[in-house]
Structure formats: structure tokens, C-alpha cells
Design a protein around this ligand. Structure first.
Ligand code: FMN
Length: 362
């Protein structure tokens, strides 16, 4: 049985739903080539961060100020300026090179929290050839003076400003930490986004007691992390009219099939590719084809959203009632074996795993 993997995302027609999300792998031409060769249907470049931009903008202003007082010398400063290729300028080069190298769509990524002149860079990204822009709203709301409503308004303003700056397809990557996510999602759509990318992973720092310092800890995801985007995509499918991308926890073809069933247009991958190399994408595609063929799905179009909240006989399964059922299911599970650490979760009975597999039937 041949399986049609084609999908559309942000209005872009893709050969499959497997996309490489922003990571160091998409920051290098060599790994970009390998990702495309392994079947990546699109790539998202690493984010250009607001802090980078602010720093470089300040540096640029400083250079321009220095030169403006010394017109005679000004020209001799300009070679420096041309050589200036850190931050945004290198980023634009990278877009151009990626576009020259690849035939799949190249999505540039902007990370910002405050509206500002840097929105101009969205235009520069377009001019450099980006096929779409992903706006990465990654920030940690630590300021006690800034409430959720204010922060959300800032985000929406930012989306609207980028929307105004460019007519390119625009995706918005969110964190899961919104109190009223469904409401925020529809407002992001109203602000002009063409898609939502759910969710960014927050990298939580740790304490090093020897160094008495805060140290970054980057923990790659596992398939266990899939359930957060899975649930929210299932809830949002049909409630927003824009594309949905799943990111966090897609490691296998089965993971990809699940997010498509929930309603995603694409399944994005980073951790699995960092761990196993870009070629792992081919394995995931083969697995996805096999999962679909085994269950008689012949296209992504047929699969998509067929297990979303709206499509399920018991939509509450994705909502609060599920909480109670989950807690109650604990008592019916296998006893903790004496060797097992207190508090550790016992393995699900074999039948339960089999049942999860069966749940994918159309
Ligand atoms: C080393 C590393 C760098 C990343 N850089 C970015 C980035 O620049 N912009 C972004 O939006 N996400 C970035 N991410 C997040 C990934 O794109 C992805 O959303 C996240 O890792 C969850 O997906 P996964 O479970 O497939 O890893 C990065 C992740 C890792 C591990």
C-alpha cells in the first residue's frame, strides 16, 4: 500500500509532515544538506535572538556615531562595517546560503519579546529568501510588575507588527505556560499568524554546589514529552483555522502519527536528530509509513485530526475529566515490586501498552 505523506503547512506544500525544528543542526549547511537528503520536508533555522540583535544594533549605532563626527575618516571605518558579520548579518547570510543549497522550504526564526526596530529584520529575512518566519516567543515571565494580560498584549503586538512588516507565512512558537492557552491561540490567529508551533521546551538551570553557581542544563526530550503538544493540538484542532506544528517529543514514526491524528499539519524534530543524527529522519519516515499502512490510512489528509478532541466520542478525555480517570487508574495498576524505589512509577501492564497501540485505528 502506498501512503501519501503530503501535507500543507502555513500555506506551503510539503512532501511529508516531518520537519527539522530550530537547532544547531539547522545552523550548519552540511547538516542541512543531510537533513534534506534524509527527507526533511522543511527546515527551521535557529532563532535570531532579540538580545543578539539589541547588542549588534547598539554596536552598529556606536560605529555610525563614531564615524559621523569625523566625515574625513568615515570611509576608512566602512570596511570594518562591511566585515561586520556577527549576529543578524551572519544570520541573513545563512538564510541565503540555505536557500541556495536546499530545495525544501527554509523557515527563519526570530526570538523576541518586545516590539522594536528589530522587526525590520523580518523584512531582511524575507529579502534574504526565507520562505516563512517562525516567531519564537520564548521568555520567562520573571518581572512581578508585569502581569499575564500585559505580557500577552505585548506578544500579540509583536505578532501584529511582524505581520505588518512582511506578507510571508508566519508561524508563532509558544511555550506551554499560558493560563488560558486556547484563548491566547485564537488571539494569535486574529493578530495575523498562519500557524502555531507547540511547544518550545524551556531549559531549566541547575545549581552547582562546588562552583556555587547556576549552570545551564540542556536535557533532550524523549517520547514521554509528546503528550503535552499532543493534548493541546487535539484541543485546538478545529478551533483555530491556522496550521498546527507539534514540537517536543517526536522521536519515532508512531509519535509523528499521533500528533497528526491529534490534528497537527507537521511533526517537528530536534532531540531525536541530535541524538541519532540527521539520517534518523529517514527512519522516522519509514516508521510513519508503516504505522499508517498497518492501520489502513492512505494519506496524511485522511489521518489528520481524526483523533482530535472534536472527533472523539468522549472529548472530555483531553480535558479535566481525564485527570480524575488518570488518578483512579493508579489503584488498578500492578503493585510496586519490592525492588522498586518508593514513589517510582511501576511499568504499565503489557495489556495497557498493547491497548495504546490499538487506539490508533481509524
Ligand atoms: C540545542 C538546542 C538548540 C535549540 N535552539 C532553538 C532555537 O534557536 N530556536 C527555537 O525556536 N528553538 C530551539 N530549540 C528548540 C527545538 O527547536 C525544539 O522545539 C525543542 O527541542 C523540542 O523538540 P524536540 O523534543 O524534538 O527536541 C533548540 C533545542 C535544542 C536542543
Amino acid at each position: 500500500m502506498t501512503v501519501d505523506l503530503r501535507t500543507s503547512y502555513l500555506g506551503l506544500e510539503l512532501r511529508s509532515p516531518l520537519v527539522a525544528s530550530a537547532s544547531p543542526l539547522t545552523g550548519e549547511l552540511d547538516s542541512l544538506r543531510r537533513l534534506e537528503a534524509a527527507g526533511a520536508a522543511a527546515v527551521v533555522l535557529p532563532s535570531l535572538f532579540e538580545e543578539q540583535l539589541t547588542h549588534d544594533q547598539l554596536e552598529l549605532d556606536r560605529l555610525l556615531e563614531t564615524t559621523s563626527d569625523h566625515t574625513g575618516e568615515a570611509l576608512s571605518y566602512f570596511p570594518d562595517l562591511q566585515d561586520y558579520n556577527t549576529g543578524p548579518w551572519t544570520y541573513l547570510d545563512h538564510i541565503e546560503q540555505a536557500k541556495r543549497t536546499l530545495s525544501v522550504p527554509v523557515i527563519a526564526s526570530l526570538n523576541g519579546i518586545t516590539p522594536g526596530g528589530w522587526v525590520r529584520h523580518a523584512k531582511r529575512m524575507r529579502d534574504a529568501g526565507a520562505d516563512a518566519i517562525e516567531l519564537n516567543l520564548y521568555s520567562v515571565a520573571t518581572d512581578p510588575q508585569v502581569g499575564a494580560a500585559e505580557l500577552e498584549a505585548r506578544y500579540l503586538d509583536l505578532v501584529a507588527q511582524v505581520r505588518e512588516a512582511v506578507s510571508l507565512p508566519l508561524a508563532v512558537k509558544l511555550s506551554p505556560f499560558f493560563t488560558a492557552l486556547a484563548n491566547f491561540a485564537v488571539r494569535v490567529e486574529a493578530a495575523g499568524a498562519d500557524g502555531l508551533v507547540l511547544f518550545n521546551r524551556f531549559y531549566q538551570p541547575d545549581l552547582d554546589l562546588d562552583l556555587l553557581d547556576v549552570v545551564p542544563r540542556l536535557v533532550l526530550s524523549s517520547s514521554e514529552d509528546l503528550r503535552l503538544p499532543l493534548r493541546w493540538i487535539a484541543i485546538l484542532f478545529g478551533r483555530v483555522g491556522i496550521s498546527l506544528a507539534a514540537t517536543s517529543g517526536v522521536h519515532t514514526g508512531l509519535d509523528a502519527a499521533k500528533v497528526l491524528l491529534a490534528g497537527a499539519n507537521v511533526a517537528m524534530m530536534t532531540s531525536a536528530l541530535l541524538r541519532n543524527g540527521p539520517e534518523h529522519l529517514r527512519t522516522v519516515e519509514d516508521e510513519l509509513r508503516a504505522v499508517m499502512a498497518e492501520r489502513d490510512y492512505d494519506s496524511v489528509a485522511q489521518l489528520r485530526g481524526s483523533m482530535s478532541r472534536a472527533a472523539m466520542p468522549d472529548p472530555a478525555g483531553f480535558e479535566r475529566a481525564n485527570y480524575m480517570r488518570t488518578l483512579m487508574s493508579w489503584s488498578s495498576r500492578a503493585e510496586v515490586s519490592p525492588g522498586q524505589a518508593a514513589g517510582a512509577e511501576p511499568a504499565p501492564p503489557a495489556g495497557q501498552a498493547a491497548r495504546q497501540e490499538q487506539d490508533l485505528r481509524p
